[in-house]
Design a protein around this ligand. Structure first.
Ligand SMILES: [Zn+2]
Length: 341
């Protein structure tokens, strides 16, 4: 399977200048592709393919001070994003975040805790060991102006997942409820940052707000990684409901935050399960709150009116349920049935 590894670059000024210069050249090539396409449209020709664009830009890399592979990667990416969105990709200007792609391994060389690109050494924060075969990658800048090296790495699948089976109910109040009865709460320190964020926003300090936002996103990601790693270590089958926050009644802010957490946790579980040889299943989670996990009768709380009902007793078999745990167990049952088919 292919994973993306991301390393932050250490940033002495000379390296930053060089990357900024290359990023500008990348924008130039990108915009050239856009103009070429515009001209083709004007003259009633078909859109140039990635290979046409590569032919047109052939030999320009030396003059632009780019790696020839970077120029090819831009052309291919341009054609690709145009064909997926069915329109001309956006112009890249001064405000665009820096991006320098390369599509073959030979464009770069890893050298200890540094990467060599176009005869220049860039030192990295080696946050984790790089194992596996590098396919392609890019240098990219984030909204805070920091540079990262992204590497697409082909790694071998291992079989070292756990032995258990688990259903996960993603929720509003608790982040996740497990079919074992465990509840994973949202980490509380995020609320602290939210206060700081509000203060910064009221004071109109955009740079400060951006820093805090990045901090919150990082903390959440770190927390979710810890959760998903643990779940895959312990289980060989993981079943998650397909809930999305957009359908739920809550404030707009909370929705986007929840949605980000849920989809992040799901995608982490998906690739980690794949990597460690566990089975990952996503199931339709309608009715999972209403059905009794003991006898299968539809006796639980229904609809939005009963959203506040946390505990209930099944009128058919007399079992008492916690709403979320019951739902998680139902999700596991549904997933197990889907797995058997
Ligand atoms: Zn029952």
């Amino acid at each position: 399977m292919i994973l993306t590894y991301r390393y932050r670059l250490k940033e002495p000024r000379a390296a930053m200048r060089e990357l900024a210069r290359q990023a500008q050249a990348v924008n130039f090539v990108w915009n050239f592709c856009g103009e070429t396409q515009e001209a083709a449209r004007k003259w009633g020709r078909c859109w140039p393919s990635g290979y046409d664009l590569i032919n047109l830009t052939h030999g320009s890399s030396h003059e632009l001070g780019l790696h020839s592979d970077t120029v090819q990667a831009i052309c291919k990416q341009f054609a690709h994003s145009r064909d997926t969105h069915k329109r001309r990709p956006r112009w890249r200007g001064r405000k665009s975040l820096g991006w320098i792609p390369f599509q073959v391994k030979r464009a770069i060389r890893m050298d200890g805790d540094a990467v060599v690109f176009l005869k220049r050494r860039y030192r990295l924060w080696m946050s984790r060991k790089l194992d596996g075969e590098i396919r392609c990658g890019s240098f990219a800048q984030n909204a805070r102006g920091r540079w990262y090296l992204n590497l697409q790495v082909e790694i071998a699948e291992k079989r070292d997942c756990g032995t258990g089976q688990i259903g996960i109910d993603l929720g509003l109040k608790t982040l996740a409820t497990l079919s074992t009865g465990e509840k994973i709460e949202n980490p509380r320190h995020l609320a602290q940052y939210a206060d700081k964020l509000a203060i910064a926003q009221r004071a109109g300090r955009k740079d400060r707000a951006r820093v805090i936002n990045a901090k919150i996103a990082n903390c959440r990601k770190h927390f979710l990684h810890a959760v998903s790693t643990r779940l895959v270590r312990e289980n060989r089958r993981i079943v998650v409901g397909n809930v999305n926050a957009l359908g739920l009644a809550k404030t707009r802010m909370a929705k986007s935050v929840l949605d980000a957490s849920w989809s992040q946790l799901r995608s982490q579980l998906r690739y980690k399960a794949m990597r460690h040889g566990a089975e990952y299943i996503e199931v339709d989670e309608r009715f999972t709150t209403q059905v009794c996990s003991g006898c299968g009768a539809v006796s639980g709380p229904k609809g939005i009116a009963d959203l506040g009902v946390r505990d209930w007793v099944c009128c058919e078999c007399g079992l008492s349920h916690d709403r979320d745990i019951n739902s998680a167990i139902n999700i596991l049952i549904t997933g197990r049935n889907a797995g058997l088919q």
